[in-house]
Design a protein around this ligand. Structure first.
Ligand SMILES: [Zn+2]
Length: 391
């Protein structure tokens, strides 16, 4: 097992092993003060036999029926995994076990002041929108509510590195796009998308530009506030213009903004997604895509207010993965919002569809190649040489 250590990064003290090469930092920690990234357990080596699908049973919030007091299906993530197992796509030992993000991991983005505020149950009750949390002692809030969210956050960070190594990765949870470095909200207590990008910028050579494609029904004001003045990150956001959060300040960070009306249906939606994903990738040419694949765009969702069919969601995910593949950019998908009982089945169907189409293929997943872009370049130059010799 290879785990990142401060001594192996930065300061010219580079290891010669090829597995280490892939995760050496391009630069010291973004502050420019020259300090090295901290030691983390989230960038450990993953066996090549594993799918780059990240999950842990710890994702699911179950405690004295607490989860039933929120419109959120707090067991959605486990159900997705069960469907994928039933379809024989995956097995327990073939998926990547998510690890909980530590306080030091979270401090890469969050302020200590914000993390300290989460030690107050009433703050967590407000952020998660589960009022009874207010009456729980904080040690239970930490264990039963925040630990699952921290594990999903660790999962997104891990999936960031896996996406670079394998060409794609899916965190079955995560996508807390309303949380920024110093403010949570809308069920989002940790800024997992910002964290995954900052980890990559700090630790992975060759990753200096990211594009966020946020297709959850809500505006992603958390990552928008975090990357407001950061030109390395290009944000495309497609959302219902009339619902939470309506964050006018955060909208200034969006490079490609697509605001939808109540009840938008498949044809208009898919056409807009396809056009703007293509436009965004042509404009930004990133080293990684972070795809926030919220399913609260589904018809009948009480919070999303849009009218997309299950098949429309499957087609949407397909369009984004196709664009990533045709531009040869690694993609990290997180599942984000989506609160109905049928949501888990739709997410599983979408992953199966991506697999059936070869957009997430086992061959690349188990490839020894550390960087799919390099592998593709090699394949293409071999093809070119073959053509030349035939002429
Ligand atoms: Zn949402």
């Amino acid at each position: 097992m290879f785990s990142l250590e401060a001594t192996e990064k930065g300061g010219g003290n580079r290891s010669s092993s090829s597995s280490a090469q892939a995760i050496l930092p391009a630069r010291a920690r973004g502050t420019g003060d020259g300090c090295r990234p901290h030691r983390t357990e989230l960038y450990h080596e993953v066996p090549p036999t594993c799918w780059p699908i990240v999950y842990s049973p710890d994702y699911n919030i179950t405690f004295m029926g607490l989860e039933k007091l929120h419109p959120f299906d707090a067991g959605k993530w486990g159900k997705v995994i069960n469907f994928l197992k039933e379809e024989k796509l995956i097995a327990d030992d073939l998926i990547v076990q998510a690890r909980e993000a530590t306080e030091e991991d979270l401090l890469v983005v969050h302020t200590r002041r914000y993390l300290n505020k989460l030690k107050w149950s009433f703050v967590v009750a407000t952020i998660t929108e589960i009022p009874p949390v207010l009456f729980l002692p904080n040690f239970l809030v930490q264990r039963k509510v925040l630990k699952p969210l921290r594990t999903q956050t660790g999962g997104t960070i891990m999936a960031g590195k896996l996406a670079i190594d394998r060409g794609w990765a899916i965190n079955v949870g995560g996508g807390f796009h309303h949380c920024s470095s110093d403010k949570g909200g809308g069920f989002c207590a940790y800024a997992d998308i910002t964290l995954a990008i900052k980890f990559l910028f700090e630790r992975v050579e060759g990753v200096s530009k990211a594009t966020i494609i946020d297709l959850d029904a809500h505006q992603g004001n958390g990552h928008e506030r975090d990357f407001m003045d950061d030109h390395r990150v290009y944000i495309m956001d497609v959302y219902n213009r009339y619902i939470y959060p309506g964050d006018g300040f955060a909208k200034r960070a969006i490079k490609r903004k697509v605001e939808l009306d109540w009840g938008t249906e498949d044809t208009e939606y898919l056409q807009k997604v396809q056009t703007h994903v293509e436009g965004a990738l042509n404009e930004s040419r990133p080293d990684i895509i972070i795809y926030n694949a919220g399913t609260d765009i589904l018809d009948g969702d009480p919070l999303g207010g849009l009218a997309i069919s299950p098949q429309g969601i499957v087609k949407r995910d397909e369009a984004v993965f196709r664009a990533a593949r045709s531009h040869r950019i690694p993609i990290l998908m997180v599942t984000s919002g989506g609160y109905q009982k049928r949501t888990a089945r739709i997410i599983a169907d979408s992953i199966l569809n991506l697999h059936n189409l070869g957009l997430i293929d086992k061959e690349l997943a188990t490839s020894e190649a550390k960087n799919p872009k390099v592998e593709l370049m090699i394949r293409e130059s071999i093809l070119d040489l073959t053509k030349l010799s035939l002429q």
